[in-house]
Design a protein around this ligand. Structure first.
Ligand code: UT7
Length: 328
């Protein structure tokens, strides 16, 4: 018997009710529906306005994923929440989720890897499932990026959005499960995407607010170019490691960063648009939440089916990039 395989056995998602369209944004910043649509592919996004914290959405998504997997919170051995927008710095929001799920003694921690966070968390979960330490791991990607958006900065406030996605990963038997995964980081480009305030470098306070350091900053165009290059490379890397080629991929489920990035990566890999799952038009860029939200939609729509090869890839702050290939 080889080591156990890490299967994705359940998915769930949760979005704020409040829809913000491009026309709404035209009234806030100097932008246009035409610019946002052609440069990003986004038509509308969800923005949290009900005063609920991140954990509210993460818990809702998690309950749906547990239901879909057919297990109880008590069965979980580990909870990993990928996020850069936790409820608060201390304690980790994963601990709040563990408590609120009820009757759960799983170890729980947050993981920060920007938009690559979900794939990073999936890779960590895979290790614990493969070495037999865990049977069931809850892997969540959730963000309320709107809380840190500068509504005077048209280059960021039109793309980022809020939402949560969750997956249950369980120990199972090959040939299903995660076939290969890879994570990469290059900290020399840390200033491409950052939120400089609120940590120990620029502690919370009036000075931080006066300097507008509590807002997300992004060098979008440079990030865009790096994203296309590294996503192509990391996709080829995991496919090679799994003994597969892009032709074998039934579904590419990419981080929904920008429609033009998704199309460019699809073109380079020669994976046609019909095999690329895209929801950025309705959901926007929800950072670590985007892949688990897309997975949940694709599964519930009956697009992703058992036995299919699903390639996931993400890129984000750090800079970080990561991919995994799964036989569903
Ligand atoms: O989530 C993971 C990490 N993030 C990403 O992967 C995001 C990657 N980057 C992007 O998606 C794109 O770079 C953006 C959508 C953020 C920006 O698109 P771009 O085509 O790279 O635009 P740009 O930053 O090169 O700006 C081009 C022009 C500028 O005007 P000038 O200087 O040429 O007059 C901007 O001021 O577009 C202007 N611009 C806008 N105009 C109307 C920037 N944002 C807007 C806007 N509406 N919302």
């Amino acid at each position: 018997m080889g080591e156990p395989s890490a299967l994705i056995t359940g998915t769930g998602m949760s979005l704020p009710d409040n829809v913000v369209t491009n026309a709404d944004l035209e009234r806030i910043v100097d932008t246009s529906d035409e610019w946002i649509t052609t440069r990003t592919g986004i038509h509308e996004r969800r923005i949290e306005r009900a005063g609920k914290p991140l954990s509210h959405y993460a818990i809702d998504a998690s309950r749906k994923a547990l239901d879909a997997a057919g297990i109880a919170a008590a069965d979980l051995d580990l909870i990993i929440l990928a996020t850069v927008t936790p409820d608060m710095p201390i304690p980790a929001t994963a601990c709040t989720i563990q408590h609120e799920l009820g009757n759960c003694t799983a170890a729980a921690f947050d993981l920060a890897a920007g938009c690559s966070g979900y794939i990073y968390a999936q890779s960590v979960a895979k290790q614990f499932l493969a070495n037999g330490r865990c049977k069931h791991v809850l892997v969540i990607g959730a963000e309320l990026l709107s809380k840190y958006l500068d509504w005077e900065d048209r280059s960021t406030c039109v793309i980022f959005a809020d939402g949560a996605g969750a997956t249950v990963m369980s120990a199972g038997a090959a040939p299903r499960g995660v076939l290969a995964s890879a994570m990469h980081t290059d900290g020399s480009m840390a200033d491409f995407i950052s939120l400089p305030g609120g940590g120990t470098l620029n502690p919370p306070g009036q000075e931080m607010i006066d300097q507008r350091l509590h807002y997300i900053k992004m060098r979008g165009n440079e990030t865009f170019k790096m994203a296309v290059r590294s996503l192509e490379e990391v996709c080829r890397e995991v496919l090679d490691n799994a003994g597969l080629t892009p032709e074998d991929v039934d579904w590419l489920v990419p981080h929904q960063a920008n429609q033009r990035i998704i199309s460019a990566v699809g073109n380079r890999l020669k994976i046609p648009a019909e095999r690329c799952y895209v929801n950025i038009d309705r959901i926007g860029n929800t950072s670590a939440a985007s892949i688990p939200i897309a997975l949940d939609e694709a599964v519930r729509e009956g697009k992703i089916r058992d036995g299919q090869i699903v390639l996931m890839a993400a890129f984000g702050a750090g800079l970080t990039w990561a991919a995994s290939v799964v036989r569903w």
